[in-house]
Design a protein around this ligand. Structure first.
Ligand SMILES: Nc1nc2c(c(=O)[nH]1)N[C@H]1C(S)=C(S)[C@@H](COP(=O)(O)O)O[C@H]1N2
Ligand SMILES: [Mo]
Length: 537
């Protein structure tokens, strides 16, 4: 018999002497100060905590209303730069998952503590459902404090209260069915574990689908003409794509566009609550709300983005048709001081910030739309910066403030050792290898293809070697799309003898500079080198 069972009996005896407990009276394992709490209590509290987090995720998903969102931001914040860098390089997205897992565990831990306190309180109280009221109430308050969202916090409190209620109920029923004590409690434990796991699974599935905003057509915030133009440009990109099997097009579909965020939980600002200020070394500080922003000159642009952290032949380089306004129009209204200014610090709603030259910002674009629809939350809804030719990291999403500075400061990634605020490195990637058919004399027609990008320098040519760099031939290039910062596709076909072929590819930018051959890891200044691949024929 467990200690709590004996105590149960004693307590039941006491109750009996006071009068027969009615069907609504519950007998709970009492608590002795300083002595371990019973297993039932711990299990109840643990289930309540887990279900609180799960309930919240089912309702809020990865939005700021999720109860673990603050813990997630804290984990990211407290993780030292070296670890972030190593985690991103070594673990990739698994680093993110790990940090998110830690945040979930921390949050669940706090809720379990709250639930445990509630269960203990309930154990001392003669009033039924004390633990339910205390645990549910405290869970709600805590979630409210963490997220500031009273309604969404009910999704924490509700499941916690339900579990605590089952806990109280369970003890009472357990006492009644004392004859088959062991098997009953084991069966109950298994059922409870199954229920908690089932609920957590359901929540993980439900919450994963919650994106926060459903991006409508860009015409909603601009006009029909802008919408039509964006669609025309998408059509043009489609036509100009080389149409190589296994090779992505010239425009990346929005849901396939790579995404890099420092946080696991992205902001979810609404148009009404969002604004952008230009501050610092300016003649006049100005603030634009979303409506004022879209009243400026709206246009569509092709822009390619590439993350400094991606591997040489990686997948974090994509292109979209963006709808937005030139940043120069915003800056003009603030009039940065003529002398003494060097740069800007751009801040975002998620706590992210980057510093870079004022000159780069003057050519920048503030996007509100992507591929004909409004920005999805993951890409910076309601507005994000696009800085031509620079690494992805200064293309600040959910942008909230542009501070003009008179001296340099370090941005988020630079504090962590990266040098990713400058122009991108030139790269030609190799992503498609196709066997087109048998040619004469046992040879095979082979096709290789990929994308090439050099930021605002543009791509002049892409060369291919099929003999490990001995000899080089020019590849076909897709016709350039309008815009100053757009990638191109390349394609090459040749007749190959059977055997292994070392294919190497390199680009020359619009200024005539050849892509450097020397290999470098992405950290700290972006990958360099020529992409090569052994093609088996
Ligand atoms: N506010 C904010 N902006 C951000 C980031 C971020 O984490 N927060 N990540 C940056 C990085 S490192 C890159 S590469 C690009 C990626 O943009 P995308 O997610 O739209 O592809 O956004 C940049 N802008
Ligand atoms: Mo990045």
């Amino acid at each position: 018999m467990f200690r709590s069972d004996i105590l149960d009996d004693e307590r039941a005896d006491r109750l009996d002497q006071r009068g027969n407990p009615g069907p609504n009276d519950f007998v709970r394992p009492p608590i002795i100060e300083g002595v371990n709490v019973s297993r039932t209590e711990t299990a109840t509290a643990a289930s309540a905590g887990v279900c609180g987090v799960a309930g919240s995720f089912a309702l809020a998903g990865r939005t700021p209303e999720f109860v673990a969102a603050p813990a997630s931001a804290l984990v990211v914040d407290l993780t030292p730069g070296v670890v972030t860098t190593v985690a991103i390089r070594g673990l990739g997205d698994w680093g993110h998952r790990l940090a998110f897992g830690v945040a979930l565990a921390l949050t669940a831990g706090v809720l379990v503590g709250v639930a445990l306190g509630a269960v203990r309180l309930g154990g001392r109280s003669e009033v039924p459902y004390t633990s339910v009221a205390a645990g549910g109430g405290a869970g709600w308050l805590l979630a409210l404090a963490a997220t500031g969202a009273p309604k969404a916090s009910l999704a924490v409190a509700g499941p916690m209260a339900a579990v605590l209620a089952v806990g109280e109920r369970g003890w009472a029923v357990g006492r009644e069915g004392r004859r088959s004590r062991v098997s009953t409690s084991r069966r109950k434990a298994i059922a409870a574990l199954g229920a908690v796991a089932g609920f957590a699974g359901f929540s993980a599935y439900r919450g994963a689908d919650i994106t926060g905003v459903e991006p409508g057509p860009v015409a909603d915030v601009t006009d029909e003409e802008t919408q039509r133009e964006a669609e025309d440009l998408l059509g043009r990109a489609d036509e100009q794509s080389l149409g190589v099997s296994g090779l992505a097009g010239l425009v990346t579909p929005t849901d396939e566009f790579y995404e890099v965020d420092v946080n696991n939980v992205n902001p979810n600002p609404s148009d009404g609550k969002w604004d952008l200020s230009v501050t610092g070394e300016v003649e006049q500080e100005v603030t634009f709300d979303f409506e004022e922003l879209t009243e400026l000159n709206v246009e569509n642009r092709f822009v390619t983005l590439r993350c400094v952290g991606e591997s040489l032949n990686g997948e974090k380089m994509d292109t979209a048709v963006w709808t937005g306004v030139p940043v120069a129009d915003l800056l003009d209204e603030a009039s940065p001081e003529d002398s003494g200014t060097c740069c800007v610090l751009v801040r975002a709603v998620d706590g992210y910030y980057q510093e870079f030259p004022l000159g780069a910002l003057e050519d920048a674009f503030l996007a509100v739309g992507m591929n004909g629809r409004r920005l999805p939350r993951g890409h910076g809804y309601p507005a994000r910066l696009l800085v031509p030719g620079h690494w992805g990291e200064i293309n600040v999403k959910w942008v909230s403030e542009i501070e003009v500075l008179d001296e340099k400061r370090q941005g988020y990634w630079e504090k962590r050792g990266w040098h990713g605020t400058g122009p991108v490195n030139t790269v030609a990637k190799l992503h498609a290898v196709n066997r087109l058919g048998e040619a004469s004399g046992g040879t095979t027609t082979m096709q290789v293809a990929g994308h090439a990008y050099a930021g605002t320098r543009g791509i002049r040519k892409v060369e291919i070697s099929t003999d490990a760099g001995e000899t080089w031939t020019e590849a076909d290039l897709s016709d350039p799309l309008p815009g100053e910062d757009v990638w191109r596709q390349w394609r090459y076909e040749w007749t190959a003898e059977s055997g292994d072929h070392e294919v190497v590819v390199r680009a020359t930018d619009g200024e005539g500079s050849l892509q450097p051959e020397e290999f470098a890891q992405p950290f700290p200044s972006g990958a360099t080198g020529w992409v090569s691949r052994t093609v088996e024929v």
